[in-house]
Design a protein around this ligand. Structure first.
Ligand code: ATP
Length: 312
């Protein structure tokens, strides 16, 4: 399983990681194409980090095969190290080193020297707004600044493929938006990106996603395609007693899930039911509702239908 597959940057088959018999990743198959942002979406503990660590060659799979950029992993992990970037959940920066010292340290690890080293450090400092922070200790920076430095160190050696593990968990919404713009700039420049997240809005920005649960892939594809292919219709209900309506609906035939969003109850109705709004209007518990209307699905609905919540 070697040789550059051109348009495929990651191929994993039957990937398993067991910790003392517990399967944190449980039979994962992945095909990730070049030039896209591919997201792993799933709750805490579903195996996103473990899967990513196996793809980067840092963790040896218990079972299965992994090919990244045409290299067999973990066998060729040392060669792969120079072609990928990896930004960990904790950003892996040296808090008692300055911005410049962190960048120089990473440059040494990646074997960048002389003119090239100086040029790249200058470039990333400018691109990620670190130029005025060169002498600042990483441990004394804000969450957003640390995130920018972590990204700068991860792309210093111009990797073809970038792995980002929950990169925006510790930053404010504005930094998050800005960070995603920077990711699209990187993709525009030819980088492929694999990112883990538990934020729906972030997953929706990915070209493709895999929804993970208990170490297994429940669904994958472009967010829009997943929404179109969802096995449910979505109806929103407005009116009094939404908590009571929810209690009655949950567990009744044809209802997959019901969750309150502000003044509305969002109900997932099985796709077999041809007119889901009429179906709900006919139920006695919705008598007092002021509005019952079918709405467009979103990624959270896909998540609910693909994972345990929707199968109960
Ligand atoms: N080294 C380890 N030894 C034992 N169990 C582990 C180890 N690493 C991870 N796990 C377990 O494997 C499961 C998956 O963990 P993982 O960190 O991959 O999940 P995640 O989806 O990345 O979640 P989070 O966002 O919280 O990091 C969890 O139940 C975790 O406790």
């Amino acid at each position: 399983m070697t040789g550059d597959n051109g348009d495929i940057v990651v191929r994993a088959e039957g990937l398993v990681k067991s910790f003392k018999g517990f399967r944190a990743v449980d039979g994962l198959d992945l095909t990730i194409e070049r030039g896209m942002i591919y997201g792993f979406l799933g709750p805490n503990g579903c195996g996103k980090t473990t899967a990513m660590r196996m793809l980067t060659g840092l963790l040896t799979p218990t079972e299965g095969t992994v090919e990244v950029l045409g290299l067999s992993v973990p066998k060729d992990a040392e060669t792969l190290k120079y072609r990928i970037g990896y930004m960990t959940q904790t950003f892996s920066l040296y808090g008692d080193l300055t911005v410049l010292e962190n960048l120089n340290f990473m440059a040494t690890i990646y074997g960048l020297s002389g003119k090239k080293r100086k040029q790249r450090i200058g470039e990333v400092m400018e691109r990620y707004e670190l130029t005025d922070l060169g002498k600042r200790f990483a441990g004394k920076m804000s969450g957003g600044q640390r995130q920018r430095l972590a990204l700068a160190t991860a792309v210093l050696h111009e990797p073809q493929l970038l792995f980002l593990d929950e990169p925006t968990s510790a930053v404010d919404p504005e930094s998050r938006r800005h960070f995603w713009e920077q990711l699209f700039d990187l993709v525009d420049g030819g980088t492929s990106i694999v990112v883990t997240t538990h934020f729906m809005d972030e997953a929706e920005r990915c070209h493709k996603i895999a929804i993970l649960e208990s170490g297994q892939k429940r669904a994958d594809g472009a967010p829009k395609d997943l929404m179109n292919a969802m096995g449910a219709n979505v109806v929103e209900i407005e009116g009094p007693n939404l908590r009571d309506i929810r209690r009655h609906l949950l567990g009744s035939d044809g209802i997959m899930a019901a969750a309150q969003l502000g003044a509305r109850l969002r109900v997932l109705v099985r796709q077999e039911i041809t007119d889901p709004a009429e179906f709900l209007k006919a139920k006695p518990e919705t008598n007092g509702a002021s509005l019952i209307e079918q709405v467009r699905p979103n990624l959270e609905d896909v998540f609910v239908t693909a994972t345990g919540e929707g199968r109960q």
